[in-house]
Design a binder for this molecule. Structure first.
Ligand code: ZN
Ligand code: ZN
Length: 392
């Protein structure tokens, strides 16, 4: 009989630890009633901070969080709350990835069918345009670590003593499998991922397809390097156990997500895009992805509102609007300089910025060229974004 040794990943907001248990309970109840009250009266789930990112050429941009927990493993909420949170944030797809092997609530919630959280979420989401992806977290100590298998057909079949059997069963179910928080210091004390023979073998056998570069609030450049070296899909997830509102929204943050560039919004469309590696991981102003997807995303995230010269001068005013939910940070990469702005400037989500560009002579078209400082296509590498602007 194998005993699984692993450490439970604590991702509670700090302030929770400082409050008493009683306060927690009252707070939870108050919040739950707020959710229920809202949905009973209006059946609308628009939250204070719905997420929005533009489509890119040829693809629809799906906002996904494919790693989360409920009371059916070590999470603290019923699966329906995960659905309501996702609707409030305008997500397109979620997966409840309960630990298959770690079941701390088993005495209170017997759990013979490991598909239960998925079914409850499906029922809750049936009247909404939210995709629920069946998933499970295969949970071991290092070097195997934690891995999510999604698009599975039966979670129960993934319960094996030997992790290798869990992976081969996931492959038989045509699952997309990604390595979770590979840089987590509880499993890798240096805080950097270690690609062991186990992962190398899984990659070779086509049993491991993606890797989290962002998990909760942790970003690992080393995981990004591994993704690029091994052609693994770049993922970002919340791995939420408590409430999204307490862990992220109240602190002025959005949950980490993976933007997936799909041919259509459907389970099959999402799956095809994940296997093809068409993703950008996002946490607030941090955007991480392959250049071929990150560059068009940033390009379409900035709309050129107007471009005209100030009177008889050669100073061109260009108004930019950030239509994404990420605050974007840029540095001027043109030969031309700015009249009244630092070469480094930010445009908050939904905000506009007027650049005054000294073009020295009057131009009919300008190629605006900016380096996106908050975005990474590889460790330490920012993408260069261009907009061809017609002057009015
Ligand atoms: Zn985990
Ligand atoms: Zn997890």
């Amino acid at each position: 009989m194998n005993i699984f040794f692993f450490i439970f990943k604590v991702s509670d907001p700090l302030f929770l630890k400082k409050t008493t248990k009683m306060k927690n309970t009252i707070g939870t109840l108050a919040l739950l009633f707020t959710f229920l009250g809202l949905s009973a009266q209006t059946h609308s789930h628009s939250g204070a901070q719905p997420l929005s990112y533009p489509n890119i050429d040829g693809y629809v941009t799906l906002k996904t969080d494919l790693h989360m927990h409920s009371v059916f493993s070590d999470g603290k909420v019923w699966p329906t709350i995960r659905v309501e949170e996702a609707l409030r944030e305008n997500l397109d797809a979620i997966s409840l990835t309960e630990h298959l092997e770690y079941q701390p609530h088993k005495e209170d919630i017997p759990h013979p069918d490991r598909n239960r959280a998925y079914h409850l979420a499906m029922e809750e989401a049936k009247e909404h345009d939210l995709l629920i992806i069946p998933g499970s977290e295969i949970t071991r100590s290092a070097p195997v670590g934690h891995n999510n298998a999604i698009f599975i057909t039966d979670a129960n079949e993934l319960l094996h003593e030997d992790a290798k059997d869990a992976f081969s069963t996931a492959k038989k179910q045509n699952a997309f499998v990604f390595w979770n928080h590979p840089a987590w210091y509880a499993q890798s004390p240096a805080g950097t991922p270690i690609l062991s023979d186990f992962q190398k073998e899984r990659i070779k056998k086509g049993e491991l397809h993606g890797i989290e570069v962002i998990n909760t609030v942790d970003y690992s450049e080393e995981s990004l390097a591994l993704a690029l070296e091994n052609n693994l899909t770049i993922m970002g997830t919340s791995d939420i156990h408590g409430l999204i509102d307490w862990s992220y929204t109240q602190k002025g943050n959005h949950r980490p997500i993976t933007l997936v560039f799909a041919k259509e919004k459907s389970i099959e469309g999402l799956k095809e895009a994940l296997f093809a590696g068409r993703t950008v991981a996002v946490y607030n102003e941090l955007l991480v992805g392959k250049a071929e997807y990150l560059k068009p995303l940033l390009q379409t995230s900035i709309e050129i509102v107007k471009a005209e010269y100030i009177g008889k001068t050669q100073v061109l005013e260009v108004e930019l609007k950030n239509i994404s939910s990420s605050d974007l940070l840029f540095e001027n990469a043109m030969g031309y300089t700015f009249y009244d702005s630092s070469p480094v400037f930010g445009i908050s989500a939904g905000d506009t910025k007027i650049l005054k560009i000294k073009t020295l002579e009057k131009l009919n078209t300008l190629v605006l060229k900016l380096e996106a400082l908050g975005a990474y296509t590889a460790p330490k590498i920012h993408p260069m974004i261009e907009w061809t602007i017609k002057v009015e």
